[in-house]
Design a protein. Structure first.
Length: 318
């Protein structure tokens, strides 16, 4: 049981669950209904089995990235995060590398399989590039101020883009008169949820760097707070969250003008209000535990933002 728990901790199962949930909600509550209402068809880019494989492929690539990150952080974690699975000795470094390679192979393999059946084998190479970028992040980019944060945040939002690549290929193969309109509708949703995922993750990654600044400095990992100080890092988080709040307030205004009171209420209470709480906590934060609390709250905001897909779907069904 301890090995299973350790493995789930190693791959960061909670984060992977959010990724899988995001894809499922977007596919079944946005893409599928759009096909039914706009294209007037039940034809979809994936069969049920293929979509499950698609989600598994994304989760495997992300899990492999999480493992390789702990692999490179092994010495640091032994001193500053002894509760991590590798630092505890639950898995050897060799085992961690085998797990990384196995998950990467499965994820990339499924990506090529799905790309082949979608008549676009090139999609498989995108999986390879993403996996390599996760490796490069762990080995090199996390030591470059802000660069690693931007990469991880971008890859988090990119999962929606990968899904849309399969949708785009489907619309190319099967002709529909209003395919371009449907694509525009879906891309607008991708921009919203992908952008939301990018900005919340970027803010959270920087907050986590502030939390880990002591250990990173000791091991010459030049993250933003290590290189430029906590004050500058906090200022960047403020800017990122300011951009996010400006975009969300724009959508709030549109919901209000359209009379979408329930959508307005959900977004205001479940997402916007907690983000203002994050800003207040960030101003007062001084100790490591303060930043840990902020990081956890940002993860909750991310989850509530993704769950807005379900909320908005249910509101429109009533």
């Amino acid at each position: 049981m301890k090995k299973i728990t350790g493995f789930l901790q190693l791959i960061r199962a909670g984060n992977l669950f959010i990724v899988a949930l995001s894809l499922c909600l977007f596919y079944y509550l946005i893409l599928v209904p759009t096909h039914h209402s706009k294209l007037l068809t039940g034809l979809l880019p994936f069969s049920s089995t293929e979509f499950v494989l698609f989600v598994i492929s994304i989760v495997c690539v992300a899990a492999a990235g999480n493992i390789i990150n702990d692999y490179f952080d092994f010495e640091l974690d032994k001193e500053y995060k002894p509760e991590r699975p590798l630092a505890q000795g639950l898995f050897s470094l060799d085992t961690a590398m085998y797990l990384h390679a196995g998950l990467a192979f499965v994820g990339i393999g499924i990506g090529f399989y799905l790309g082949y059946w979608a008549n676009s084998i090139k999609i498989g190479y995108i999986y390879v590039i993403c996996q390599l970028m996760l490796y490069v992040y762990s080995a090199f980019l996390k030591k470059v101020p802000l660069a690693g944060n931007v990469l991880i945040a971008a890859l988090t939002g990119f999962v929606f883009v990968v899904l849309m690549l399969f949708e785009l290929q489907f619309l190319r193969l099967v002709h529909f008169d209003n395919a371009n309109y449907v694509l525009d509708v879906l891309l607008l949703q991708v921009k919203f949820y992908g952008g939301f995922a990018f900005l919340t993750n970027l803010a959270r990654e920087i907050v986590k760097d502030i939390e880990d600044a002591e250990g990173d400095a000791a091991y010459n990992i030049n993250t933003l707070p290590v290189q430029f100080g906590t004050g500058i890092a906090k200022a960047v988080v403020f800017i990122v969250l300011g951009v996010l709040l400006a975009a969300l307030i724009f959508f709030l205004r549109n919901f209000w003008l359209a009379g979408a009171v329930r959508e307005f209420g959900y977004l205001a209470v479940a997402v916007v209000l907690p983000l203002f709480v994050v800003l207040a906590l960030l101003v007062a934060a001084k100790q490591k535990k303060d930043y840990s609390r902020i990081s956890l709250l940002l993860k909750a905001v991310m989850l509530m933002g993704i769950l807005s897909i379900l909320a908005f779907y249910l509101f429109n069904k009533q």
